[in-house]
Design a protein around this ligand. Structure first.
Ligand SMILES: Nc1nc2c(ncn2[C@@H]2O[C@H](COP(=O)(O)OP(=O)(O)OP(=O)(O)O)[C@@H](O)[C@H]2O)c(=O)[nH]1
Length: 348
């Protein structure tokens, strides 16, 4: 199958609530403008593929909530960004002053190599302007950033600023991009590993499907765990809201029980997983691949029976006997024939 992109970068939009981050993202990725302001909850993202210097770059644009109360959630996304677009509203002076605060947050939490640009949005509102172009450009110089004034509503400079941001990121990662041609598969594998958005959505949806298809005879139980790439970094209280609004997002609600976070590997392995791993030491469909990249092995002691990533699944029979273990790659919905087999063996 032809590869759809060569490299994946994450860009983060930061700035006060109401400056137009969501509108900018939507204008760039969908070419649309919706004048209503529905504050982003946590984070949301959209994708777009650009071609720069013959390289197909997939940009994942992370739109963060400007509201203070979501800060603990949004900060978790800084460290995975390769580019940051700081946004203020030219009709709103405080949003301009707060750029200093957003920039210092980024200094603290984003990688050193992160590329940055400054954007003054709502340039169509000339009559209500409170921040001059000169002020914007001087601030950008102070931070050694490039500067754009944009309008999401009039579609002015939106594509230019995001494209420039992507070029800067590509340039900063040029060595990776050059190596890319020799080690493209490696790079993509890593990107795919981190870019679990789509499989996460699929797996959660399929768990809901299975639970609703067998509401009385199947019990789906979810155990959130933060041992795999630190992907589940919400607190227990935030998990449901993050499922609903971030990943899978779109209002997703699990129709099955989700427990508190627990460890599934290492010293503090939850007894349920100690038992399951003892009875089913490896996934039925993939006996060999524990995690390949040692940097992801963040627990100890390490055992060959360890769960290797999110969405490994265990099917347990009606008497409580562990029946089969499936790898993260095994589509959740494809467990159904085994469920049916077990149900057939069981009296109602
Ligand atoms: N005139 C004008 N209004 C805009 C522009 N971009 C956004 N807006 C308006 O500004 C308001 C806020 O836009 P959003 O994109 O939701 O703002 P945000 O920065 O994502 O806000 P949070 O999600 O709360 O952080 C909306 O009412 C938009 O219609 C623009 O370019 N020009």
């Amino acid at each position: 199958m032809a590869k759809q992109y060569d490299v994946l970068f994450r860009l983060l939009l930061l700035g006060d609530s109401g400056v137009g981050k969501t509108c900018m993202m939507r204008r760039f990725t969908e070419g649309e403008f919706d004048p209503s302001h529905i504050s982003t909850i946590g984070v949301d993202f959209k994708m777009k593929t650009l071609e720069i210097d013959g390289i197909k770059v997939r940009v994942q644009i992370w739109d963060t909530a400007g509201q203070e109360r979501y800060k603990t959630i949004t900060k978790q996304y800084y460290r995975r960004a390769q580019g940051i677009v700081f946004v203020y509203d030219i009709t709103n002076e405080p949003s301009f002053q707060h750029i200093a605060k957003w920039a210092s947050d980024a200094d603290e939490y984003a990688p050193d190599k992160v590329q940055r640009i400054l954007v003054g949005n709502k340039s169509d509102e000339e009559l209500r302007r409170m921040v001059t172009t000169d002020q914007g450009s001087k601030l950008a110089q102070t931070y050694e950033m490039e500067f754009f004034e944009t309008s999401a509503s009039a579609s002015s400079n939106i594509s230019e600023s995001f494209t420039r941001m992507t070029e800067l990121v590509l340039r900063a990662h040029k060595r990776d991009a050059d190596n890319l041609l020799s080690s493209l598969d490696d790079y993509l594998e890593k990107a795919a590993l981190e870019d679990e958005g789509s499989t996460t959505t699929r797996d959660f949806g399929e768990l809901n499907q299975l639970q609703s298809k067998y509401p009385h005879r199947l019990v789906v139980l979810g155990f959130p765990c933060n041992q795999f790439g630190y992907q589940e970094n919400c607190s227990n209280g935030e998990i449901l809201s993050s499922l609903q609004h971030v990943r899978p997002g779109g209002g997703f609600r699990p129709n099955f029980t989700i427990f508190e976070k627990c460890d599934v590997n290492g010293t503090n392995t939850h007894p349920v997983f100690a038992y399951l791993k003892d009875k089913l030491p490896y996934p039925d469909d993939d006996a060999n691949s524990l995690m390949q990249d040692p940097k992801f092995l963040v627990w100890s002691p390490i055992s060959r029976t360890d769960v290797s990533w999110n969405f490994e699944k265990f099917l347990v029979g009606p008497e409580g006997e562990p029946f089969k273990r499936y790898s993260k790659k095994f589509p959740t919905i494809d467990i159904e024939p085994d469920i049916v087999r077990l149900l057939r063996l069981t009296k109602t």
